[in-house]
Ligand binder design. Sequence first.
Ligand code: FE2
Length: 338
Amino acid sequence: MLGTLTTPLEQHRLALKLRPLLTGELYLVGKLKRAVYVWTDGLFQQVIAADEVPGKERIRQLVREQVREVYVHPEDIENVHEQLEIALIKVTRALSIGDPRENGQRAMKLMALNLTGLYQNPHDDELLMRQFQSTQNMAKFLMENRKLQASFFQDLAQENFHFTILQPMLSSILLLGFLQTTHMFHEREIETLYLTSYLKDVGIGLIPEDKYDTKGLTMDEQKLFAHHADFSHDILDGRVPLTKNQLTIIKHHHFLNDRLKRILNHSAPRGEEQGMAFGLESTLVAVADIIVAMTSQRPYRQGLTVYQSLELVRKMIADEYPQEFRALVVYLRQFFRN
Ligand SMILES: [Fe+2]
């Protein structure tokens, strides 16, 4: 730590000015105009001085210390957003030039940063369009680099991003790879479903961040969280070129959750739940999401194994989609074999 500002007045001024920035975004900063702070023990503490270029080792150290966010002045935030835009456009337009693994890893990190920005500002058209375009480019790149899909997934899962960022990114990779193996979809359809899956959680941006990590949410808070799919639909509708079908999939991407809850609680199916309400595409988007969610660790619970999650998926979909379920088992066995 470089130092603490001790006077209450200085702390108060900082509280009014400073804005949060993901620690990883410091990599994008050229020279800082103002100092960088962390929030510790109820005070802003300076960790990087003004006029410095944040060193890689310093940033890594902050990440190792589990500092997810730092606080910077607005002028440095602007600088970071400009750099992110330049870097993201550059890397996602030239994914196939050079080492694909390195390019893919870098692009995914930048896309995660952009997605974080989008969650924070869901009504920002530029952020949304940039996310849309880079996701389209990424879909093509992943389709061309099938052998790297599993390693991109594993690398990304190790990153320190919040699970609300990792969840759509990981589930979309899994979905894309599976759709390719089934040979039931054209490339264009796979790209479209990847994009749909990737953008399905942008509505999280309308939910206060302190509600993400808690187990004991009130009923109202649970309802609010459950509405993120509706929020995603409303945020995206008319602003990016998504079809009605894509928007419907997004709006209902948790449609299997009631069925899952019933299976977990060993309760009998309800009348209206007998058949699959939303077709194969919606089911596959939802299943990829559920598998990633169930196998990931959350702040309030342990993750299941892939086989435990598949057993639950079997109960959810195997009656309606026996062939697709078998193909999914084969695919996941291969995907997670290491
Ligand atoms: Fe979701």
